[in-house]
Structure formats: C-alpha cells, structure tokens
Design a protein around this ligand. Structure first.
Ligand code: PGA
Length: 235
C-alpha cells in the first residue's frame, strides 16, 4: 500500500484529484469507479475546477458508482448526489454514467450490474471508508460477498449517514459492488477523512492482517492501492 500523509484535507483532496487526472490523461476513455459521502467532495471540486480551466477532458471517460440506496427518494439518492457534486460540473456524457437505479427492482439491478462488471474492468476505483471499516456498503460480517449484491445497512452506518437525510430516516437496504468487484479494479485510491476514522486508519497502517470484520483490510490483498489521509489522524 502506498501511503500519502498530508497536512490538511484540502491537500488530500488535491493529491487525490491529481492521481485521477493523471490516470485520465494516460487513458482518456478510462472507467473511473466513484464513491459518495463527504470524503470525495473536495476531490470532486478539484475535478470540476480542472475541467472549467480546460485542464481535464472527461468526454470519453466512463464512470461507475460503488453503491446506491434501495427504494430511497430521488432527493436522497446517490445518483442525485453525483450529478449535483460532479457530473453537472464536468464534460462527462450522461450516457457514460453507470449507477444503480434506486427505483428499480433490486434483484434486476443486481443482475444488470453483475453483467456490467463481467464486461468492464474499472481502471481506478476511488473509495472512502466507514468508521467501522466498511467499503461501499460491504459491512463488517462473518462473510463478505464478492459480487454486486443487496445488503442491509449496519446500525453504525445508518447512524453515520442519518445526517444526509432531512427527516433522519435512512433506507434500510443498499445495493453495492462486492469486495471482489472492488479488488478487480486495476488501481485503488482510498481517501480517509475525519476524526471518526482515526481507529480504522491506524489499524490499516499498523497491521496487514485481513478480516471480514473490517472490510477495508481486504485492500491489503491488492497490488496497487494508494491511501491518502491527514497526518494528524495517525498520531
Ligand atoms: P463519509 O462516508 O465520506 O461521509 O465519511 C464514507 C463511507 O461511509 O464510506
């Protein structure tokens, strides 16, 4: 694992964006795996800025998102989050976006997305992490599912994500890429932000052991992972 420790979240976001932009420059038709939540917002701002300044061209790129709530309202969907925070600000063709449909039958969506990952390899997967070590909505458990699947959300995740919902009601289920789908990405970029991630970050830095009780530890199995975090979270 390549570790980059920064002085601030802004620096983490800048460095994360630089990694994405240099991958895009090398491969303009790249398939970029994207994440939602607070962590990637700074990166998305940098990507939008690069596009506005004519320093990035997403016209041939494709994206796929890690996860989506099942049966949520449009305003709470990760689809809307992605358009509001990134897609409406870069020149990525709409038809090049793949994200689970929160209104569709979840079993049909699972099949559709499993087909997508059979046919496509993610070039660079951007990840955040949950305080409990979840990656996407792969929650700590006895076993982990390797392919796209529907999953109940862990209590810790419901609590952590309630801040995004006006009425505090978080959907109970989500559809997510599996750990195998994530580990098949050619490269992985994980950004860690926030005090609540301190323990999980230290765990990743101090041990290379792998356990389904902390899905993020599976990243130790991948040959090309870059982790970016603020140095202050490690002390
Ligand atoms: P956050 O969520 O970026 O909002 O902290 C990350 C995650 O739960 O994966």
């Amino acid at each position: 694992m390549n570790i980059i420790l920064t002085q601030s979240y802004e620096e983490s976001a800048q460095k994360g964006a630089e990694i994405i932009l240099s991958a895009l420059a090398r491969k303009p038709d790249m398939l970029l795996g994207l994440a939602t939540g607070e962590t990637p917002l700074g990166i998305y701002r940098c990507l939008a800025e690069a596009c506005r300044a004519g320093k990035a061209d997403f016209s041939r790129a494709r994206t796929v998102n890690l996860d989506e709530y099942v049966g949520c309202r449009e305003q709470d969907s990760y689809r809307k989050f992605m358009f509001d925070n990134l897609f409406d600000h870069i020149n990525l063709p709409r038809e090049n976006v793949t994200i689970a449909d929160h209104t569709a039958n979840p079993d049909a969506e699972t099949e559709r997305l499993r087909g997508f990952f059979k046919r496509n390899t993610v070039d660079l997967q951007l990840l955040g992490i949950g305080p409990n070590g979840h990656i996407g909505f792969n929650e700590p458990d006895e076993t982990l599912e390797s392919l796209v699947h529907v999953t109940p959300l862990a209590k810790a995740t419901v609590e952590a994500n309630a801040r995004w919902f006006a009425d505090g009601t978080v959907p109970e289920q989500a559809i997510t890429m599996g750990m195998g789908d994530i580990l098949r990405a050619r490269s992985i970029l994980i950004i860690i932000k926030g005090e609540s991630k301190r323990d999980v970050l230290r765990g990743l830095l101090e041990s290379t052991a792998v356990t389904t009780r902390n899905p993020a530890t599976f990243l130790h199995l991948h040959p090309d992972v870059t982790l970016i975090a603020e140095k202050s979270l490690t002390v």
